[in-house]
Ligand binder design. Structure first.
Ligand code: 9D3
Length: 247
């Protein structure tokens, strides 16, 4: 997968490749990351990339011309270009794991990061296929959004995760939060590991984990459970969990 990121802060975006899964994905050539600075496509002597909004109001906007020229430069290098162009913005549709899975099927993504109050609307009209937000909070620019997207997509690509099935076991891939996990030692500040996990009974362990996942999802993210149809068995595991946790 090739990522072309249009950003005024290329070193921030490139720092993604310094560690963790994106770094390994890059080393194994599962991903390629190219950053393009719109300032390099500005033509005036001060290399201006922003200007004041028509109609007045606070803040500045990124100008259309250097953004469109950056996009053209990406397309020229990628010919024949089929890359989807994504603008990260608070006005976008919320990125979720289903959208990440869809994006992981693309071979090339161009990500536009805004700064200041955003970008000239005509760039969106002329060149953007999809507008995505990463959540309902205010960031100071699109770079962290692009980095989140690249991280989430990279770990789904073939041969990137060490454990081939950890992506499949993920929270969200089955629409539930994860169950609690424990490792040695058996006691931490007098807190024990739940007995069932020491029982060696793998059917019971799987059932306990499912019950914990259902119960925690209901208590912390009821919105996720509302989208799901529970089997009779899952419904009764959940009911028992909620009874036991209301005592
Ligand atoms: C506080 C300013 N806002 C109201 C006048 C508008 C605004 C403009 C630009 C708010 C944030 C930003 C910069 N944000 C992003 O570029 C961004 C973002 C985000 O803020 N939240 C969640 N996802 C994303 S993706 C890109």
């Amino acid at each position: 997968m090739r990522f072309d990121v249009i950003t005024l802060f290329p070193e921030l975006v490139e720092s993604l490749l310094e560690s963790g899964i994106p770094r390994r994905a890059s080393e194994s050539q599962a991903i390629e990351l190219h950053c393009w600075n719109p300032r390099n496509y500005s033509t005036d002597k001060h290399r201006t990339v922003d200007d004041r909004p028509y109609g007045g109001g606070p803040g500045m906007l990124m100008k259309a011309d250097c953004l469109l020229d950056s996009i053209d430069a990406v397309k020229a290098e990628n010919a024949p270009n089929t890359a989807k162009v994504i603008y990260l913005s608070p006005q976008g549709k919320r990125l979720d794991q289903a959208a990440v899975e869809t994006l992981a099927n693309e071979s090339s993504l161009t990500l536009i990061c805004g700064r200041y109050e955003g970008i000239d609307e005509r760039v969106i009209e002329l060149a953007v296929d999809e507008e995505l937000s990463i959540g309902d909070y205010v960031l100071s620019g699109g770079e962290l959004g692009a980095m989140v997207l690249i991280d989430a997509v990279s770990r789904l690509l073939p041969n990137v995760l060490g454990h081939q099935d950890s992506a499949q076991q993920d929270s969200f891939s089955d629409g539930l939060l994860d169950c609690p996990h424990y490792t040695r030692p058996a006691l931490v500040n007098a807190l024990a590991v739940p007995n069932v996990l020491l029982s060696g009974n793998h059917a019971k362990i799987a059932q306990w984990r499912k019950q914990q996942a259902l119960g925690r999802t209901q208590q912390r993210r009821p919105d996720l459970l509302k989208k799901k149809r529970l089997s009779q068995e899952d419904q009764s595991l959940l009911t028992k969990y909620l009874e036991e946790h209301s005592k």
